[in-house]
Each structure stands twice: as structure tokens, then as C-alpha cells.
Design a protein around this ligand. Structure first.
Ligand code: FES
Length: 102
């Protein structure tokens, strides 16, 4: 059953920023794109790099290890449409950020 897990305060991730958080046992990369939060599986599907430590430009995160790029709003790989990374729905309630786990 889907469940909502609090992962951060809004103030933890300023616009243009990212942060690695835990939602139960899952590593999540949380992104703030101009005030809108997005969440991807925090482990890069290429070789396990920490996506939250990459460079965020607009909705594109570049993995710090080998440069794979993903759209943080849907998990789509920017160069290879056959690669899609796990995306989690995010909601903000007051000053708290929640990630929806399946
Ligand atoms: S581990 Fe992310 S691009 Fe290689």
C-alpha cells in the first residue's frame, strides 16, 4: 500500500538545490526546481553514483561520477529514452516535504 514518508523540511533544500535523504530504507535524491520539489532514486542506475551530489540545472541533474543526465521531473534519461530512473511523487505540507513510496 502506498505511504507518505516525511523526508525533509522545505528549508533544507533551497531552490536550485538537492539533498540526499532516506525514506525508510530507500536512498532518495530530493531536488528543488524553482520551489517545486522532485524526488528520484538517489542511486544512479549506471554505476551507483550519488545523484543528489550532481549538478542541477533547471530540471536536469548530471551525475557526479560519469555525467549521465536525468530529468528530475520524470526520471527520464536525457540522452537515451530507453533508460528511465525511478521517480517518486512529492508533496509539501506546510514546511514538511513528503515522498510517496509504492
Ligand atoms: S554512476 Fe552515474 S553516470 Fe556513472
Amino acid at each position: 500500500m502506498p505511504r507518505s514518508v516525511r523526508v525533509a523540511s522545505v528549508s533544507d533544500v533551497p531552490p536550485g538545490g538537492s539533498k540526499e535523504v532516506m525514506a525508510e530504507d530507500k536512498v532518495i535524491a530530493l531536488f528543488n526546481v524553482d520551489g517545486v520539489f522532485h524526488a528520484l532514486d538517489g542511486i544512479c542506475p549506471h554505476a551507483g553514483g550519488p545523484l543528489a551530489e550532481g549538478t542541477l540545472r533547471g530540471t536536469t541533474i548530471t551525475c557526479p561520477w560519469h555525467g549521465w543526465q536525468f530529468n528530475v521531473s520524470n526520471g527520464q534519461n536525457c540522452l537515451n529514452p530507453r533508460i528511465s530512473h525511478k521517480y517518486f511523487s512529492v508533496k509539501v505540507e506546510g514546511s514538511d516535504v513528503f515522498v510517496e513510496l509504492p
